[in-house]
Design a protein around this ligand. Structure first.
Ligand SMILES: [Zn+2]
Length: 278
């Protein structure tokens, strides 16, 4: 069993991240697996050194030790950065293009609503040479239903064309591959076979399963997924970096203990394990 925790260092980590890391680490230990730390540092404009350092400090504070992955910011830069894997991602993008799965489209979200017979106009247009910096979208077919069984046996059926219609695969301006591509290829190349993530990433899971089928990587269809509920604040609002919620950094600096979070994650994981082995 190989699992991963994959934070994006574009902000200070918060309780929601901690819950995900703790549940993943607990499950990996319980099943005798290997835990990989992967730092999703592709988004150069948003990644900052202090956020990268925060990942390592937070893991230490939570007492989580990864079996593989960078041991610090320097090793991330020199050995593990996603920027060192650009050729891999690019190769995958070319494969999708060759198969006719991508189309250039610089439309805004509202312009994407322009349809003809249920299909976005840019998708049906002939294109010759495309200006550099044009985003490329994935052609998601109509009624594209993605089905999988979660690790604990729960059935998931997601209409990809509804939850993630024609997502961008190559980004505007910088030509950078989208999160979906980098995440899928990293998981495949690192031999990850169990993925624990929040329910907010269910559309991403559906998209990645679809992509894996398009480029014939059946290994990804053997991955076991668990999508856990998101950490909520006292008012039931989803916690997120952008909402300015208490970060793990703020908790550390206030001298708070991670124990209550660890207990919550442990209780959740114990219930989940009971469902898995039942
Ligand atoms: Zn368009």
């Amino acid at each position: 069993m190989r699992t991963r925790i994959a934070p994006t260092p574009s902000g200070y980590l918060h309780v929601g991240n901690a819950f995900n890391f703790l549940v993943t680490a607990e499950l990996t230990t319980a099943f005798g697996g290997t835990l990989v730390l992967r730092i999703d540092d592709l988004d150069q404009e948003r990644v900052r050194t202090e956020y990268v350092e925060d990942v390592f400090r937070s893991l230490e504070w939570l007492d989580i030790r990864a079996d593989e992955g960078p041991s610090g910011p320097e090793e991330l830069r020199s050995r593990w950065s996603q920027h060192l894997r650009m050729d891999r991602y690019e190769h995958f993008v070319q494969e999708l293009r060759r198969k006719g799965q991508l189309y250039p489209c610089a439309c805004s979200r509202s312009e994407m609503e322009r349809h003809e017979g249920g299909v976005h106009l840019c998708r049906t247009e002939e294109f010759g040479s495309v200006p550099l910096g044009t985003p490329w979208r994935l052609s998601v077919p109509e009624a594209c239903s993605i089905h999988w069984v979660e690790w604990d046996g729960v059935q998931q059926v997601i209409a990809l064309d509804t939850v993630l219609p024609d997502p961008v695969m190559v980004q505007r301006g910088n030509g950078r591959p989208a999160y979906q591509i980098a995440s899928l290829l990293d998981d495949l190349d690192m031999g990850i076979d169990h993925i624990i993530r929040g329910v907010d990433l269910i559309p991403s899971t559906a998209c990645q399963l679809h992509l894996a089928r398009l480029i014939e990587r059946p290994a990804f269809h053997g991955v076991r997924f668990h999508h856990h509920p998101l950490a909520m604040d006292a008012t039931g609002r989803k916690l997120s970096k952008s909402a300015g919620d208490a970060s793990l950094k703020a908790m550390r600096e206030a001298g708070r203990s991670p124990e209550p979070m660890k207990e919550r994650a442990k209780a959740y994981t114990d219930r989940l394990i009971a469902c898995i082995i039942a």
